[in-house]
Design a binder for this molecule. Sequence first.
Ligand SMILES: C[S@@+](CC[C@H](N)C(=O)[O-])C[C@H]1O[C@@H](n2cnc3c(N)ncnc32)[C@H](O)[C@@H]1O
Length: 320
Amino acid sequence: MKEKRQSQSDPLEWLSRKLETLKMKDYILKIEKEFNRNELYQAHTWTAIKLIILMWWLTVYSRIVPKHFKNYWYIDLLSSSGANFIQETKDIILGSPLLSYLVPYEQFKHHFFVEINSRRKKTLDRMLKLFNFSNYDTIQGDCNEVIQSIPLHAVDNYFCFIDCEGLDIKWSTLETLLSNRGDILLVFQTTEINRVFRKGKKQGISRALDNFCGDEWWKFCDDVQELLEEYMHNLECRANELRKYHNFVDYIRVKGQRHFYYDVFLICRKGPYTDAWSDLKKTLENLQDKHIRAALEVCKGNQTTLSDFIKKQSKLNNFL
Ligand SMILES: C[S@@+](CC[C@H](N)C(=O)[O-])C[C@H]1O[C@@H](n2cnc3c(N)ncnc32)[C@H](O)[C@@H]1O
């Protein structure tokens, strides 16, 4: 009996059961039937890793936050069309907007999806309708402007996913988010940022980096790793200042093909639940091809266990 209760409260086992009952494959088959491949976001195999990180944190968040707050929203600032087409394998996998409905333990009270591209926004509209999802707004526009119209002050807590392609997100947008209570998962496209950084250093100027960093401090960095560390430090300082509580800021590095890599940042309130993040980080630090293959199988609905990525967390169980 005790064992049963333990497994029900274990978020890792819970997520496995959820993935089993979810039948991700059925959603994928429907998308395959109703949508043209060109309408989907053209992605790569290593995209699956960031979606594993997203699924895991959606689980942890939705186990904790509903116990403390009534009104919590999901915000996807770079939402795309709802599904990804993996170019190397020709697979279709669900994108973050759909996962924000399918994965959480408790449903979000509202979802905001922002997308700059009108075709992708239209595809997302059709997809959300097809699956009968409700309680959402889809907004076409630049998220750095749209953020001002999202009434963050009216919400108790939010989960914001910022899935950048490059330097899409302005520092001012992060400051708006950091002025309110919530968790942020931010995809920091390190390889692409490095390209812009090297060009900017050579030319002594980069509007894109000024906007991304909020200032010209990037000019004093020697390399992109220093820029990333400084960015992280600034996130933590600003979050602590604006929120008046201690924040946890950390990143997980995801290595793709050859020299390509990206980093996924988590910004949230400091607490014992961040052990769940650290454990995932430990596995992904030694990312191998087998992890990318396993992540893709999870996203295709062929594998329902995340034990390749996360080990059991007794501390987290105690907290939950
Ligand atoms: C990497 S994709 C997001 C994929 C999505 N998270 C998923 O899991 O399916 C990034 C999206 O952001 C959009 N985008 C780029 N800059 C933007 C901006 N400033 N505001 C809103 N959307 C933007 C792109 O058109 C693209 O569809």
